[in-house]
Design a binder for this molecule. Structure first.
Ligand SMILES: NC(=O)C1=CN([C@@H]2O[C@H](COP(=O)(O)OP(=O)(O)OC[C@H]3O[C@@H](n4cnc5c(N)ncnc54)[C@H](OP(=O)(O)O)[C@@H]3O)[C@@H](O)[C@H]2O)C=CC1
Ligand SMILES: O=C1O[C@H](COP(=O)(O)O)[C@@H](O)[C@H](O)[C@H]1O
Length: 489
């Protein structure tokens, strides 16, 4: 059951992803999708909209008629407690028709204020009384801060146990994010070096060219810290910094990620200014076009104090990472769409290949998450014909992405994992709670101090200069994300 089936997420991501699974034979014939939203639609109209959304996302789209015949529509206001029984009866009929053995997935693709109410009604009206499995897939944002997240969790836990809740973080469905674990734990050459003896710093960048688009109302309350850092950025950091799990099971991996989040140095008061930088985009040029400032966007306050850019320095206070800064940065209207992780290794103890005043390039391991997908290892080697001179060289693996960024691939994987009951790439409550408690300290300070300098970075740039200065103070600089493109090598 997809709650919010006429919405943007369902159309752009969920239907195309379900179709791909269907084409790959991963749905079999025994499935039904009930689309739920308020507007009145017939089954045929709903099926036509599913068809249109698949056609606009996927060129090669055979067997569509058969696929859409599994879709049913139920007009239902989720706040109307009287109408869940009708939904139950639809579900029971479809269960019998398709021999579903009582297996149900409830996907909440709706505004977060409805999550708790829906979960409570599903239980109260018996939709969760099934012989098979019942699972709740819940979209972000999971709460607005720790307190509201706790409230929400309490509500949904009345109807679903923790192992039945699948909290979506679509970055965890990205191929190269999942690859972090493999790169680390399947290669003898990296794991021994993956610590403060050999790594000088780590940089995680997720930059976007797009502005806030039509999401001003949501974004004004969220900002980049809640929208990207609390979830996607901290999840990538946890995967980079965790200890090897004893087994590749959901519980073992989650438990290692939780330890990283627990070891993150909490920030208090003035430390926020020292460790974090916020920015808001002004107008500027992007792809030859003049674009407006954030505070000129629809549904955004002219005097907005909301950040569209965050850069931060995280310290993980454990034996492995003591002293290694992990820098993160994310923002809208930046120069390039790029998600990259750069692991910078420490310099060698002595340089034999240049005069002493010159330094060799550090070794870098770059994990390209998107738009290109791959790994580059930057080494120094002697190029043929040169006399004992070290030159930077790159070893490249390009994992050609099939689709563009923010692809339904992530949703396809996550939907499939949920159907199989594999929650590894979903966030556990403990991770959500720890991430909020870290982020809340920062948002408390930011919300209570008006940033006088906003807007403080031009659209089309890589953020405010304070983000560069943060690294300069530590003797580092941000590796430019576009120069590191795997495609250029
Ligand atoms: N869009 C995206 O790319 C992303 C979205 N998300 C998250 O996914 C969720 C959905 O987002 P999105 O699809 O963009 O939202 P939309 O506003 O596009 O869709 C909302 C859906 O909810 C339905 N709806 C609203 N009120 C009710 C109600 N009272 N009863 C029943 N149905 C209702 C609407 O249909 P109707 O008006 O007919 O009732 C519509 O189908 C949000 O939590 C968002 O944060 C997360 C990541 C990316
Ligand atoms: O969750 C979100 O992610 C997108 C960025 O996703 P990506 O896969 O394109 O990197 C971001 O635009 C959006 O604001 C945020 O809610």
């Amino acid at each position: 059951m997809i709650f919010g089936a006429t919405g943007d997420l369902a159309k752009r991501k969920l239907f195309p992803s379900l179709y791909r699974l269907y084409k790959k034979g991963r749905l079999s014939e025994r499935f039904a999708v009930v689309g739920i939203a308020r507007r009145p639609l017939s089954n045929e109209e709903f099926q036509a909209s599913v068809k249109a959304s698949v056609e606009s996302a996927i060129k090669d789209n055979g067997e569509l008629e058969d696929f859409i015949s599994h879709f049913y529509y139920h007009s239902h206001d989720v706040t109307d407690s009287g109408s869940y029984l009708a939904l139950k009866s639809v579900a029971e009929k479809l269960d019998a028709h398709y021999s579903l053995e009582g297996n149900r997935i409830f996907y909440l693709a709706m505004a977060p204020e409805f999550f708790g109410t829906i979960a409570e009604h599903l239980k109260a009206d018996g939709l969760t009384d099934v012989d098979g499995f019942k699972r709740l897939v819940i979209e972000k944002p999971f709460g607005h801060d720790l307190e509201s997240a706790k409230q929400l969790n309490k509500q949904i836990r009345k109807a679903f146990s923790e192992n039945e809740i699948y909290r979506i973080d679509h970055y965890l469905g990205k191929d190269m994010v999942q690859n972090i674990e493999v790169i680390r734990f399947a290669n003898a050459i990296f794991e021994p070096l993956w610590n403060n003896r050999y790594i000088s710093n780590i940089q995680v960048t997720s930059s976007e060219v797009l502005g806030v688009e039509e999401r001003g109302r949501y974004y004004e309350k969220s900002g980049a810290l809640r929208d990207m850092v609390q979830n996607h950025m901290l999840q990538m950091v946890a995967l980079l910094a965790m200890e090897p799990p004893i087994r590749l099971t959901t519980d073992e991996i989650r438990s290692e990620k939780v330890k990283v989040l627990r070891a993150m140095r909490p920030l208090e008061g003035d430390q926020v200014k020292e460790y974090f930088v916020r920015g808001q985009y002004g107008k500027g040029q992007l792809n030859g076009q003049e674009v407006p400032a954030y505070n000129e966007e629809p549904m955004v306050d002219e005097q907005s104090n909301t950040e569209t850019f965050v850069a931060g320095k995280l310290m993980i206070d454990n034996f492995r990472w003591a002293g290694v800064p992990i820098y993160i940065r994310t923002g809208k209207r930046m120069a390039a769409k790029s998600t990259k992780i750069v692991i910078q290794f420490k310099d060698i103890p002595m340089n034999l290949y240049y005069q002493t005043e010159q330094t060799l390039n550090p070794n870098l391991l770059v994990i390209h998450i998107q738009p290109e997908e791959g790994i580059t290892l930057y080494l120094n080697a002697q190029k043929s014909g040169q006399n004992m001179e070290a030159t930077p060289v790159k070893l490249n693996f390009a994992n050609k992405g099939i689709d563009d960024m923010n692809t339904p691939e992530a949703y396809e994987r996550l939907l499939y994992d949920c159907m199989r009951g594999d929650a590894t790439n979903f966030t556990h409550w403990d991770e959500v709670a720890l991430s909020w408690s870290f982020v809340d300290k920062i948002s408390d300070v930011w919300e209570n101090t008006k940033e006088a300098g906003f807007p403080n970075y031009e659209s089309g740039s890589m953020g405010p200069k304070e983000a560069d200065q943060m690294l300069e103070k530590d003797g580092f600089f941000w590796w430019p994300v576009t120069d590191l493109d795997v495609e250029q090598c």
